[in-house]
Design a protein around this ligand. Structure first.
Ligand code: HEM
Length: 137
């Protein structure tokens, strides 16, 4: 359980880094016709989804009898919902982009990945967010 939490926690930086890298390439419009970073960024979010689902069944921070408490509500509902919306957006963006010509592909990735990144940033229990019990690693 502890290993899982640390993997999920540390992987956030891989996800954020890959998303930023993908967005930078999409923004620069450099031909990344075969760019693997779009794929790797999406896959990293899918790995987080799998780890997150496992944590969701095991973590003591998920507790449905405590829905009135903002701390539990965050892990019961907000973290999960935000992340799933972001991952769906990134996955739709990737699949749409795959079938497009280069110019359109970059635009699509820029839009969907940027939206996804913003939602992910807003849904992470950062240590500076009061009372969510998050850590940096
Ligand atoms: C890109 C997607 C995601 C990112 C970047 C992410 C990131 C994080 C981070 C940084 C933490 C705090 C860890 C700590 O402070 O030690 C966390 C905790 C948690 N996440 Fe996620 N998460 C993602 C998706 C998900 C999903 C989809 C689920 C559920 C299906 C989920 C379930 C959880 C749970 C249950 C915890 C609490 C674990 C515990 O400390 O017991 N996460 N997540």
């Amino acid at each position: 359980m502890e290993i899982l939490v640390h993997a999920h926690s540390g992987l956030r930086y891989v996800v954020l880094g890959l998303l930023l890298g993908a967005i930078a390439i999409a923004f620069s419009k450099k031909d990344a016709g075969t760019s693997k970073i779009y794929l790797f960024a999406m896959v990293s979010t899918h790995v987080q989804l799998l780890l997150g689902l496992a944590l969701y069944t095991w973590s003591p921070k998920v507790n449905f009898s405590m829905m009135k408490d903002a701390f539990y509500r965050f892990y019961n509902v907000e973290h999960l919902t935000g992340m799933i919306i972001a991952i769906v957006l990134i996955t739709i963006g990737y699949s749409k982009a795959k079938r497009m010509n280069t110019a359109k592909r970059h635009k699509t990735v820029l839009l969907f990945y940027s939206l996804g990144l913003l939602i992910i940033l807003a849904s992470i229990p950062w240590p500076f967010r009061a009372n969510l019990g998050g850590s940096w690693f």
